[in-house]
Write a protein that binds this ligand. Structure first.
Ligand code: PLZ
Length: 448
């Protein structure tokens, strides 16, 4: 699976975690790198591929995080490395707006082909997810001549000034960083597990409340864009209850509002479809992608209806590095790999393996309150008590730490910091997923 033939696809612990070399580097990091850049675990990477990260002490760790949900095709995937190496030896930068190159156009063509809807589409490329989300808002504002932007509870859209305002959670993302951009309005999302009247009423009631608030508090005809993650990532892998997204999408269409799907975390095969919004047949006006798109290279895109994209004046969108030729070459390699290895099917297989085992775990450990997500984007929400559903961030941190010490990288997330998420590279071997789950079970036994 991996393209580093010597990187054996097995967990191997030869030192304690973190090992001596990692500890040494960590000490240097503390001196040289700003403290605000925190680390999930204090282990330095040496190589990575398939489902394994090899650390600087020679330990082999099972990767259930894909960085931050990025390496869908695995680390250093062959097609990615080949194409980006070839491109880097031809040229590394010309600035697309100065001297264009074919790779950028090819990525835009691929995005038009792969994203939902068969209308005419165009794209513009950027460096990071947050930058792309900001630009989607800029495009929607010019297109509609309106200013307001509607976002949802538990949303995450980035760390720049505008995207901090779009993001829900204050700590650590926004604390002390204001003032924030104006004209952002937050409304409820259909979070089935925590909906006060229960999951059955959730989609209808949440949509009613959201629409009521938009209509009464903002005025639908002041709204440029509704921005939503079809499967909310940093908020805790919240799947909006079925029916919520189509209702909101229809409301947008009825009111001339640009519907923006932020598929930065959920896109590119992650949820078992090319894009998560396909599960409910949603065709967004604009779709924002990043993370999985380029096998680890920094690349992001806004793709959307040609008439919306083209409402912006010439020169209105751009940036020095956006759509860097090396990143575009990597993206073409990553997309080719997704098709060739049928990674949407692979994601669905990973879902079966994860969910069946997590269900057994929930029978043993009653602090597992909810199991959710799709494809290789699965999470468990931990609570103190299943009746009160009081969040259990302490147990979440303890279980994650125990996993790390045993050589399995898991990420935590959620508004209440009480969600453990599983985001493995889609090329991971099934045996590694199963072994990761064995370690998870031991970690529960140990930590709880
Ligand atoms: N929209 C849905 O998931 C990035 C960032 C976590 P950038 N998510 C992980 C962290 O600690 O910074 C993300 C996302 C969604 C936007 C973004 C932002 O993408 O590439 O990090 O800017």
């Amino acid at each position: 699976m991996t393209d580093l033939p010597s990187l054996r696809q097995e967990r191997r612990l030869i030192t304690s975690i973190p090992g001596p070399r990692s500890l040494e580097l960590m000490a240097r990091k503390r001196e040289a790198v700003a403290d605000a850049v925190a680390n999930t675990w204090p282990v330095f990477a040496a190589r990575a591929g398939g489902g394994i990260i090899e650390d600087v002490d020679g330990n082999h760790l099972i990767d259930l995080g894909s960085g931050l949900g990025v390496t869908v095709v695995g680390n250093a995937a062959q097609a990615v490395v080949q194409r980006l190496t070839a491109q880097a030896s031809r040229f590394t930068h010309t600035a697309f707006s100065v001297t264009p190159y074919e790779g950028y156009v090819k990525v835009a063509e691929a995005l038009a082909e792969l994203t939902p809807g068969d209308h005419a589409k165009k794209s513009v490329l950027f460096n990071s997810g947050a930058e792309a989300v900001e630009n989607a808002v800029k495009i929607a504002r010019v297109h509609t001549g309106r200013r307001a932007v509607v976002v949802f509870d538990h949303a995450y859209h980035g760390r720049t000034n505008l995207t901090m305002a779009l993001t829900a959670k204050t700590m650590p993302f926004k604390q002390g960083f204001g003032p924030f951009a104006p004209e952002i309005y937050r409304v409820p999302v259909a979070y089935p597990y925590r909906w006060p009247t229960g999951p059955d009423n959730c989609a209808r009631e949440a949509a009613e409340q959201a629409i009521d608030q938009i209509t009464k508090q903002v005025g639908a005809d002041n709204v440029a864009a509704i921005v939503i993650e079809p499967l909310l990532g940093e908020g805790g892998f919240i799947e909006p209850a079925a029916g919520f997204l189509p209702t909101i999408r229809q409301f947008a269409a009825d009111n001339g509002i640009v519907f923006v799907a932020d598929e930065i975390q959920s896109g590119f095969c992650r949820t078992g479809q090319w894009f998560a919004c396909e599960d409910e047949g949603i065709v967004p006006d604009l779709i924002v992608t990043a993370k999985g798109i380029a096998g680890g290279l920094p690349l992001a895109a806004v793709t959307g209806r040609a008439e919306i994209m083209d409402s912006v004046h010439a020169g209105g969108l751009g940036g020095t590095y956006g759509g860097n030729p090396v990143a575009c070459a990597a993206a073409l390699g990553a997309i080719a790999t997704m098709k060739e290895l049928d990674l949407t099917a692979k994601a669905r297989k990973i879902e079966t393996v994860l969910k069946s085992r997590l269900a057994l775990l929930a029978e043993k450990f009653d602090i597992i309150g909810d199991i959710r997500g799709r494809g290789a984007m699965i999470a468990i929400e931990l609570v103190r008590d299943r009746t009160t559903k009081e969040p259990n961030p302490e147990a979440t941190a303890a279980v994650a730490r125990a996993c790390h010490q045993a050589g399995v990288l898991v990420l935590t997330t959620g508004t209440y910091s009480n969600v453990i998420r599983f985001l493995p590279p889609l090329v991971i071997g099934e045996d590694l997923v199963r072994e990761g789950l064995d370690v998870l079970e031991n970690s529960f036994a140990q930590a709880v």
